[in-house]
Design a protein. Structure first.
Length: 269
């Protein structure tokens, strides 16, 4: 993909959103798709599918400190389409986001896509962490893994950190959301910024009920915000310092001073 002609606002496809300068603001655009058997189980309530589809895209806007303008939806026609519409109404109402349009298609297996558009004044990218920065994360890690077997709300109905993203964006050096696993996403930020991320497992704020902490750190679907900030920074939102960035070394990520397990998180094919 990176060999294709890219707009400067694509940032080399090293980030989760593109940006376009318009007047004194920055337009932030992102698109994610979710598929049956990958992002949700067969038989999942279509209302939950709709919520997750929109929420994961709003999470990308949150990581850029953006205020949502609207979304476009591409939906597969499934049984109980009225439940998909109801879930869409719920998530759009919850975050005061209007629907701009979209399309539907009949196909199997089901795939759903969403394009989210937002506006921002200050946009942090994942490429700008610096040696000496502290590494922070909002909320808790592992709730989605904990709830996965029961189809619980943390897995099916994530809560994008839009307000937190807007509060953090003007002050942090780099930021992204935790979608594919804390360890993998921390290593991605480190590689993109030409640094090494050094994390402490004991410092990570795991959700209540999480027993396998290492598995939870690599599981994903948490949609918390991971951000790099100068030493001594006091976050304006609840967050936990989990490590720091150092000069680049042989590994992009060290966990408790050693290379982490080979599987850091979910790798897209």
């Amino acid at each position: 993909m990176r060999t294709l002609p890219l707009h400067a606002g694509a940032h080399g496809l090293l980030d989760d959103a593109a940006t376009l300068a318009i007047g004194g603001e920055t337009l932030v655009l992102t698109h994610d798709a979710i598929a049956e058997g990958v992002h949700y189980r067969a038989g999942t309530d279509p209302a939950d599918i709709a919520w997750k589809l929109v929420a994961v895209n709003l999470s990308d806007l949150a990581a850029k400190g953006a205020e949502p303008i609207g979304v476009l939806i591409g939906a597969t026609l499934v049984e109980h389409n009225e439940r998909f519409v109801e879930g869409l109404r719920e998530v759009l109402t919850a975050y005061a986001v209007p629907l701009l349009g979209g399309d539907t298609i009949a196909t199997s297996p089901a795939v759903f896509g969403c394009t989210a558009i937002g506006r921002a004044a200050a946009v942090p990218h994942r490429t700008s962490a610096k040696p000496g920065d502290a590494l922070w994360v909002t909320g808790h890690i592992g709730a989605a893994m904990r709830d996965f077997a029961q189809g619980g709300p943390a897995y099916l109905r994530p809560r994008p950190r839009l307000a937190e993203g807007r509060a953090l964006a003007p002050h942090v050096h780099a930021m992204m959301d935790v979608s594919d696993g804390l360890l993998l996403d921390a290593s991605r930020m480190a590689r993109a910024s030409n640094c090494t991320a050094e994390l402490s497992l004991d410092a990570i704020p795991f959700a209540p009920g999480v027993e396998d902490r290492l598995a939870a750190a690599a599981w994903g679907d948490d949609y918390e915000l991971l951000f790099a900030a100068p030493k001594g920074f006091a976050p304006p939102v609840p967050a936990t310092r989990i490590g720091a960035f150092t000069a680049p070394g042989p590994a992009a990520l060290l966990l408790d001073g050693a290379p982490p397990p080979e599987k850091l998180g979910y790798e897209h094919g």
